[in-house]
Design a protein around this ligand. Structure first.
Ligand code: FE2
Length: 347
């Protein structure tokens, strides 16, 4: 396999090319550099076969969807990734083919719930979970320092010491490290217990990335800036959550809630299916279609999407528009399906 880092900046985008076939995978493309990637690919005669985002990015707009459209290449992410453009949902232990070569998926949550690392023969792409002499922050939506510690200790630090480490960010000019080097000298991890790591991460007091909602929300919904007014994180944190079992019971009760599914139509009719009776209003159309919710301002409304992320945004928007009894199906249709609750498919 041939490997290249394409950005020469603090955000890292990697290209992995099968030498025998010229087929290539791009990992974590930045939206503003798509033309550069296509130029490099064309210059070398490599064919873009696969695009992978290691997680839902909060600090830059992902180029995955647009690059996928331009190059006719599928986008792979973990199954808990919220964005609708993902066509290959992967899980821990799965392999992704690049020509005759393979990238093995390790689910390494903690920076986000959908974080994966990708193991090639001699190297691992660690996304924002493990950095060179650092780790990705665990305080953004979906982050959890304890889970991140477990991902690093149980998945990454059980790889061979010689495996090279290539993170999605580096702020200090490093270009590569190794598992052995990070085990020995990563200042956040070496000699630290799980509790010490959690305490350290929780005491960092980092400011939120500037304009986080204007980056994160489009990345997780495929909607461009201007499509919606994004609710601030503080409002999202106030959204009331229902589990799949709670929703099942509410649907069976004498006063069932109105179900609003905010995915795209292809998802609603697709493999995951939808809950019987759920009214489809894609997130983008929600503000102008609240009239369809009739006199539901006093009625209970439960908002639904793939993993509960886009629907949390929808719930905050509805609350802001004066709907008082709004809940989010936390975990979305993925959790509903995992709980083996009934779905409808097709039209
Ligand atoms: Fe990140």
């Amino acid at each position: 396999m041939i490997f290249r880092e394409l950005n020469r900046g603090k955000c890292k985008t990697y290209l992995a090319i099968s030498a025998a076939t010229g087929k290539a995978a791009v990992i974590d493309p930045l939206r503003e550099k798509i033309e550069r990637y296509l130029t490099v690919l064309a210059y070398h005669g490599w064919r873009l076969d696969l695009i992978i985002d290691t997680h839902t990015h909060a600090d830059h707009r992902s180029g995955a969807m647009e690059l996928g459209e331009l190059a006719d290449a599928p986008v792979a992410m973990h199954r808990l990734a919220p964005a609708p453009h993902v066509s290959i949902h992967v899980e821990d232990g799965q392999t992704l083919k690049v020509g005759e070569e393979e990238l093995c998926v390790l689910h390494t949550p903690g920076h986000t719930v959908d974080s994966i690392s990708l193991l090639a023969k001699d190297r691992v792409f660690t996304g924002d979970v493990l950095f060179i002499h650092g780790t990705g922050r665990a305080d953004l939506p979906g982050g959890d320092a304890g889970i991140q510690y477990d991902s690093i200790m149980r998945k990454l630090f059980t790889l061979s010491d010689e495996v090279l480490v290539f993170p999605a960010h580096d702020y200090r000019g490093h270009t590569q490290s190794s598992i052995g080097e990070e085990k020995r000298s990563n200042p956040r991890l070496a000699g630290k217990s799980r509790d010490e790591y959690i305490e350290l991460m929780n005491s960092l007091g980092l400011p939120l990335p500037e304009g986080i909602q204007e980056t994160l929300q489009p990345n997780q919904s495929d909607l461009d800036a201007g499509a919606l007014t994004w609710p601030p994180l503080s409002q999202l944190n106030q959204v009331r959550q229902l589990s799949s079992a709670q929703l099942r019971d509410r649907i069976a009760s004498a006063n069932p809630p109105l179900l609003v599914d905010v995915r795209q139509e292809s998802e609603y009719r697709g493999e995951l299916g939808h809950i019987a009776g759920a009214h489809l209003i894609p997130l983008k159309e929600l503000p102008e279609r609240t009239g369809e919710l009739g006199n539901a301002k006093g009625r209970d409304i439960v908002v639904i999407c793939r993993v509960g992320v886009r629907s949390a945004t929808a719930a905050a928007i509805l609350t802001g528009l004066g709907f008082e009894q709004v809940w989010n199906l936390g975990g979305g249709m993925i959790e509903w399906k995992d709980a083996q609750l009934p779905v409808e498919r097709g039209p």
